[in-house]
Write a protein that binds this ligand. Sequence first.
Ligand code: ZN
Length: 349
Amino acid sequence: MSELHKFLFEGLPVRGMLVRLTDAWREVLARREPGQEYPPELRDLIGEMSAAAVLMQANIKFNGALVLQVFGDGPVKLAVAESQPDLSFRATAKCVGAVEPGATLEAMVNLRGQGRCAITLDPKDKFPGQQPYQGVVPLHGDQREPLQKMSEVLEHYMLQSEQLDTKLVLAANGEVAAGLLIQRLPVEGEGNLEGRRGAGPSPAEPAPLAGQAGLPAWGQRSSNEDDIGLSDAFNRISILAGTLTAEELLTLDADTVLRRLFWEETVTRFEPLTGTAAPRFACTCSRERVGQMLLGLGREEADSVLAERGEIEVGCDFCGRHYRFDAVDVGALFTPGSDQPGGHSPTLQ
Ligand SMILES: [Zn+2]
């Protein structure tokens, strides 16, 4: 069963999370159409992104979708993992070329150095005109060296966009997708942070991720962080976390992983999210949404597909569901005021 564990390091400004997606991850893979299975290297990348999306969502508790996307310039054009506030998630990828055995992140999505990773926070209850918050990072490091691990890309993002010192270990295979996240917490007291949050972000920059999510926003480094001892704590724990191998992360249970890594630390564990509270696969697609998409395409385009094929069939890349619209469905869809997906209330016509 899939599970998520949260923990704190007693007396230290460091917290952590460990996720293991098992049945939920296998469900993602089982949803692929026969013959459309991912090459192992791409499968593992999507698995790592799924684990990361769940960890990041659980970490910030954002009231909306957290979408992790890699836009590739190699054989893989797109890889997506999306997680909802209830920690349900879905993932997919678009691959247009051959992924060679043993292909690295660079070979798959950053062949010409143009690959990008986007993290989008799409609020559930948007006010009119509100745009989702999006941060984009390249797939190379500060010295322009191509990054070979998804975890490094996301660590960069967290540091650059959110100024959160984060250590991530991610791994996936055909059975398990798992991740460990270690993050430094603000040193200051809650009261100070509340005060700072009240001041709000400057208008020139988007609201920081952490602030939006109800966590303290800490755009500037705390002046209290010259407390070297506390700073060292994160470094020590993140180095310990970095010794975790992919093999260990994929095969050992959470208790064993945490005991082996942090046996010298005092770790406070929280009730794990398992069973019905565990991260699970779920797709947010619906006939209504597909209808909205067709409306966006326009009547002319829809009619031309109908004329050619007799019906419009739209498949969901995430869950494999197929939606069919015949001439009657399309007619209703484009008729204002009819009982259609996204239909307008007659009083508004
Ligand atoms: Zn779907």
